[in-house]
Write a protein that binds this ligand. Structure first.
Ligand code: CAA
Length: 288
């Protein structure tokens, strides 16, 4: 028996930092109604600011009209109340990479969303199975992992656990296609496909920089001009955020014990000193 793929209409996004705001924008761009949840008013204002900046850039480049920008923003309802997610048929959680915080959210969602809703986490490296089992319907939970910047990068990794219902997986694959992005499916292992491969390389670049083997500009230029990467590894780390990168490496290293993922010491030092990359104005490079 074949069943019709599910038609999602209202998408909840929890956490409107760089990734969450980008994810909210992607859904709103594609005609979905979005409910964007933040902890407090400041977070909500920052989240709205991210979407305004990102779409404002598209307007400035003549890629979007001001009217379309207004409509897109009008499709996102910003709120500080998790209870407003009641109408959502899919919720994507994109808060800080903390297992405890994510599990608490999935526990709370039990009493808020309809039993038929699909729940997703945008975690980069935490165990989706553990997050899923904090909820009473783990079969309806998947990982939906977007890449930064979410409005631009065309990949979404869909992470299935041993209990994910096949129909849920198929529905989410269909949905990602509707966003104009390429879905890839993988199992629940820290780093999934892309970060497992990418972060070994990024970490190696940091070690090379730390050893003063070459300048940051030359390391980046080598990969851009020699290998056709859109950004060099150190500039990319500044975009991702050094704190996020450190957490991803640490989690992968703890789980897989592959020395490729043992974070280069200078990464931790830079995080401790608040050099987190673009978001704090300074990382491997300095930003205005
Ligand atoms: N938000 C929205 N749109 C953005 C954007 C942002 N933050 N940054 C750039 N864009 C858009 C621009 O508006 C522009 O759009 P149009 O082509 O429609 O005009 C387009 O992206 C290209 O931007 P620019 O011309 O300003 O700059 P660029 O050509 O140098 O591209 C880049 C910038 C898209 C960031 C590109 O350098 C790139 O793809 N870099 C690699 C990024 C990458 O590897 N991401 C994965 C990180 S790993 C990850 O995310 C996983 C994880 O778990 C941490």
């Amino acid at each position: 028996m074949t069943t019709e793929p599910r038609d999602f209409t209202t998408i909840g996004v929890i956490g409107l930092g760089t990734m969450g705001a980008g994810i909210a924008e992607v859904f709103a761009r594609n005609g979905f109604d979005v409910i964007g949840v933040e902890r407090d008013e400041d977070g909500m204002t920052r989240g709205r600011g991210h979407v305004e900046n990102s779409t404002g850039r598209a307007v400035a480049r003549g890629k979007m009209s001001e009217g379309d920008q207004r409509e897109l923003l009008g499709r996102i309802r910003f709120t500080t109340e998790m209870a407003d997610l009641e109408e959502a048929d899919l919720v994507v959680e994109a808060v800080v990479e903390s297992l405890e915080v994510k599990k608490a959210i999935f526990r709370a969602l039990d009493d808020i969303v309809a039993p038929s809703a699909v729940l997703a986490t945008n975690t980069s490296s935490l165990p989706v199975t553990e997050i899923a089992t904090a909820n009473s319907r783990p079969g309806r939970v998947v990982g939906i992992h977007f890449f930064n910047p979410a409005p631009v990068q065309n990949l979404v990794e869909i992470v299935r656990t041993v209990v994910t219902e096949p129909a849920v997986l198929a529905d989410v694959e269909g949905l990602v296609g509707r966003l104009g992005k390429n879905p890839v499916v993988c199992g629940d292992r820290a780093g999934f496909i892309a970060n497992t491969l990418l972060f070994g390389y990024l970490n190696h670049a940091v070690a090379m920089y730390e050893a003063k083997y070459a300048s940051r500009e030359d390391i980046d230029a080598a990969m851009r001009f020699g290998c056709g990467y859109p950004m060099g590894p150190l500039a990319l780390l500044d975009l991702i955020g050094l704190d996020t990168a450190y957490e991803i490496l640490e989690t992968m290293y703890r789980q897989g014990r592959d020395r490729l993922h043992a974070p280069a010491p200078i990464l931790k030092q830079m995080v401790t000193a608040g050099l987190l990359g673009r978001k704090t104005g300074r990382g491997f490079y300095t930003y205005e």
